[in-house]
Design a protein around this ligand. Structure first.
Ligand code: PHE
Length: 474
């Protein structure tokens, strides 16, 4: 059976594909905006602490589950728990979650595609108009971009693990790094960018409260592609001769570095354009504001560069985000596909077809819920806010299920799957690991405070989003 499963051709293939999944819109757009709003370096420090102390052990746990079971999330939970139906259901949640996250992520990727092409066609000024975003998301022409974007994801996925996912990541990831570095260097040369650099690097802890802390953890989870079965599935394609710890560390460092550099690009750009900027005012994290803000930011660069220059910078930025989004979208779509191939014994082609139809339907509904169709746009009201179909998916899966899945993975690896087997799996191919301090830390933290933190964040998110009150009270 395992002979039929795809496998990454090398350690580098795994690292690039996992980093391709991790590096996405969250790093390039979400992170800089959150950092701007929440005290610059103070947010960065909390974020890095979460990545190193909380997320890294969970990453190891997910990858080890995949490699030990050689299966998709449902098969992995089921096999490693000696066929417990309850844990099999938890695995089921790790199939539904990536599916739903793929839906809202596709909608955002389609906007990115539109912004990229429209900037390239010289329409940056129109994108920068305040009303533009609302009109764009409510316009049926969006479907043209949708077919283009999903078609590309389909082509990559139909190539399979090696010729599709790995090859795409090997080409797109290095290009992405180069473009990001070039943009950072360029922004650094602008007058006044220094103010943004100091804002970003000198911490202001007065901005930290429980909302900032929980959004840092959610952001880190999302950014590392945790809690949605991706690393379990990619772990199942990971060779047994390679060291899990080293590769995982590289993925975490790459992902965090990209987020860091994206901050180093966006914040100095903001300050270069307007040294007296009120960062609090501009940086509301709502998705629509980010999308109207970014083109305005690029358009203002025309004072330095002229309209064509500003359009080129905007296009390069959106191409960068587009690459990052496509590799992420590919990784997340692979999870339900691997489940259909393993558990339902579908051919890869059939699984892709089913995914295309079912996900396509959800994506179209979510796209139409942002102004095109009334009842989808104000589907329900909770926590004092009216929510669209798109918002419901976002709240339910990004803010609610991700920390819950993280919690369940910790409990599973520590208390259900034998802890010694879990540790041996992480250490397979890595003689020194089992006697290292890291191993002791991972084993202890995953059984104690990490699940506790994740449970707390889950409970607080539920209280805040659905009932409008803050459990933690600071
Ligand atoms: N990690 C990606 C990002 O930061 C997003 C992503 C989400 C990727 C879900 C895969 C799955 O944008």
């Amino acid at each position: 059976m395992s002979g039929l499963r795809g496998q990454f051709s090398s350690r580098l293939g795994f690292i690039l594909a996992a980093a391709g999944s991790a590096v996405g819109i969250g790093n390039l757009v979400g992170f800089p905006v959150m950092a701007a709003k929440n005290g610059g370096a103070a947010f960065l420090i909390i974020y890095i602490a979460f990545v190193a102390l909380v997320c890294f052990p969970v990453m190891l746990a997910e990858i080890a589950m995949g490699r030990a079971s050689q299966k998709n999330p449902v098969g992995a939970f089921y096999a490693l728990s000696d066929k417990s139906r309850v844990w099999g259901r938890v695995g089921g949640l790790a199939i539904v979650t990536p599916f739903m996250i793929a839906v809202f992520y596709s909608v955002i990727t389609v906007w990115i595609t539109l912004y990229m092409l429209q900037s390239a066609f010289g329409n940056l000024d129109r994108l920068a108009e305040p009303a533009a975003f609302g009109e764009i998301v409510a316009s049926p022409t969006l479907f043209i971009y949708l077919f283009f974007t999903l078609g590309l994801v389909y082509i990559i996925l139909s190539g399979g693990v090696r010729d599709g996912i790995e090859k795409a990541a090997k080409i797109l990831m290095p290009l992405l790094f180069l473009m990001l570095l070039a943009l950072v260097v360029f922004v650094m040369t602008l007058e006044n960018s220094g103010a943004g650099i100091s804002y970003y690097l000198i911490p202001d802890f007065s901005k930290i409260n429980s909302t900032v802390v929980r959004s840092a953890l959610n952001q880190a989870f999302f950014s590392l592609s945790l809690g949605m079965g991706i690393l379990i599935t990619y772990g199942s394609y990971f060779s047994r001769d390679e060291k899990i710890v080293n590769s995982t560390r590289l993925v975490a460092v790459t992902d965090t570095a990209v987020a860091f550099f994206a901050g180093l690009l966006i914040l100095p750009a903001i300050f270069a354009i307007n040294p007296d900027v009120d960062v609090q005012g501009l940086s509301d994290s709502s998705v629509s504001l980010i999308f109207s803000y970014l083109p305005q930011l690029f358009l203002e660069m025309q004072t330095f560069l002229g309209y064509t220059g500003a359009s080129i910078v905007a296009t390069v930025f959106f191409v960068l985000v587009f690459f990052a989004a496509i590799t992420s979208l590919v990784s997340i779509t692979e999870i339900p596909i691997s489940w259909m191939v393993d558990e339902k014994h579908y051919s890869r082609r059939k699984a892709l077809g089913v995914m295309g139809v079912v996900a396509g339907a959800f994506i179209i509904l979510a796209t139409m819920s942002l102004g095109m169709v009334g009842w989808l746009s104000s589907l329900v009201t909770y926590g004092g806010n009216s929510k669209s179909f798109f918002d419901v998916i976002y709240d339910l899966f990004y803010d609610t299920v991700l920390p819950l899945m993280g919690f369940l993975v910790c409990i599973f690896c520590s208390y259900r799957w034998k802890r010694s087997e879990f540790m041996n799996e992480v250490g397979e191919g890595d003689e020194k690991y089992l006697s290292s301090i890291l191993c002791a830390y991972v084993s202890f933290s995953l059984a104690t405070f990490i699940p506790l933190i994740l449970l707390l964040v889950f409970a607080n998110n539920v209280a805040q989003i659905y009932f409008g009150f803050n459990l933690l009270g600071f």
